[in-house]
Design a protein around this ligand. Structure first.
Ligand SMILES: [Zn+2]
Length: 413
């Protein structure tokens, strides 16, 4: 077990305060810091603080995959750490995006290899052959858009905005369910129409929708106030972007600290604001759908998107509570995530914290401080600090003297 120092990623949508404050560095940071990567992604591995100085977690793994991952994880995933942990701090909305299924990722990667698009190219969609299911746990209040809302509810929203220019599109969404059109068909038709609309049309429609949102918010703050505010905020940043219209079709999700959503393949989503812990399969495969100056490959996005409607409730990850440990339930094999809350009766004495298999663990303390005992050593993690526990160094025991929260990520088998 060693202390793990994350790799900080600076993107324009990040925060100059949240990650710097969390990791105990000077505030404000010189650049907006968006993500803290705790993993072994070749693009930006985290660093182990060993007795001989810092070592890349990827290099340490590469020297002994089976010993570090354990026999079970190594047999299943081979020579790779299958998950990546990120602390994400969004001061501004991210791009609208979706991630491919495994089949789509393999097919897309091979296609782009055949076409000779360099892996580092900004127009490359598939940088590896993995799907990228992701779990987002709010560390502070967190706002997101995710998954297509059931069509009937979206029709209510579009009608509430009272924008006559939207009428033909409402018809597209509501086109005679008796005629056999499913919600998914209507959503696909409408989203495709908007995302492929000529710019002059968008330059009329987006401002009309923003005007509708302003009118809606100035009358009575109705049931769609959060949706209307979000559309206004996105429209101010990206005037004329089809993604502003697409945002009208997605569930507006507000998470309190500790609450989580799970995003499976094809789910169109964006994070709007907040600080969260994101755990995902170790992949960088992103198809963008607007709200970004970056490359948007519309045909590829349409191939990957899942238009089956879902609700905010369905996106939320259920939890299973086991003593002080709350385990987030997801279907992902690559990762399992839990939160250990040590307070009250759990303070002041040592607690066994076995994982349910011998896979490797990444620990991240988000409140208080905790002493972690592993087979070969002991270390104390304060808020913002993390540790790598290789397979052969578990199970761990924990001791906290003050209220403490510790996240654990491991494999999901
Ligand atoms: Zn995502």
């Amino acid at each position: 077990m060693e202390p793990l120092r994350g790799a900080i990623r600076t993107y324009a949508w990040g925060s100059r305060t949240a990650i710097a404050e969390f990791t105990g560095r000077p505030v404000p940071a010189a650049h907006p810091e968006a993500e803290l990567w705790l993993g072994a992604h070749p693009g930006d591995p985290a660093w182990l603080e060993t007795a001989d100085g810092e070592a890349s977690l990827l290099d340490v793994l590469t020297a002994d995959w089976e010993g570090q991952l354990g026999a079970v994880a190594h047999a299943r995933f081979g020579d790779r750490l299958p998950f990546l942990v990120k602390v994400l701090a969004a001061d501004e909305p991210l791009s609208l995006q979706a991630h491919p299924s495994t089949m789509q990722a393999i097919e897309g990667y091979e296609r782009e290899e055949r076409l000779g698009v360099p892996v580092s190219s900004p127009i490359r969609n598939y940088r590896d052959t993995s799907h990228k299911p992701e779990l987002l746990v709010a560390l502070q209040p967190f706002e997101a858009l995710a998954g297509f809302r059931p069509a009937a509810r979206t029709i209510e929203l579009l009608r509430a905005l009272a924008v006559s220019d939207l009428d033909p599109f409402i018809d597209l969404l509501g086109a005679c369910p008796d005629g056999g059109q499913s919600d998914a068909d209507g959503l696909r038709a409408l989203f495709t129409t908007w995302i492929t609309a000529p710019q002059p049309d968008l330059d009329v429609l987006v401002p009309a929708v923003l005007e509708g949102a302003i009118q809606y918010l100035s009358s009575e703050a109705g049931e769609f106030a959060a949706e209307a505010k979000t559309v206004l905020e996105l429209g101010e940043r990206y005037p004329g972007d089809a993604g502003v219209l697409a945002a009208l079709l997605l569930n507006r999700v507000s998470l309190a600290p500790g609450e989580a959503i799970f995003l499976s393949a094809g789910n169109l989503h964006t994070y709007l604001h907040g600080v969260g812990l994101e755990v995902m399969a170790n992949s960088d495969n992103v198809l963008r759908g607007g709200l970004t100056p970056k490359h948007v490959d519309v045909p590829e996005l349409l191939r990957v998107l899942d238009f089956t409607p879902t609700t905010e409730e369905a996106l939320r990850a259920a939890v299973h509570t086991d003593g002080p440990e709350v385990v987030y339930q997801t279907p992902a094999e690559e990762f399992a995530v839990s939160r250990l809350t040590l307070d009250g009766a759990y303070l002041g004495h040592e607690l066994d914290a076995p994982a349910h298999h011998d896979g490797p663990q990444i620990l991240l303390c988000t409140e208080g401080s905790v002493t972690v005992h592993a087979k070969t050593g002991t270390l104390t993690l304060h808020r913002g600090e993390s540790a790598w526990v290789p397979s052969d160094d578990g199970p761990i025991r924990l001791l906290a003297q003050q209220p403490t929260a510790l996240f654990r990520a491991t494999i999901g088998l």
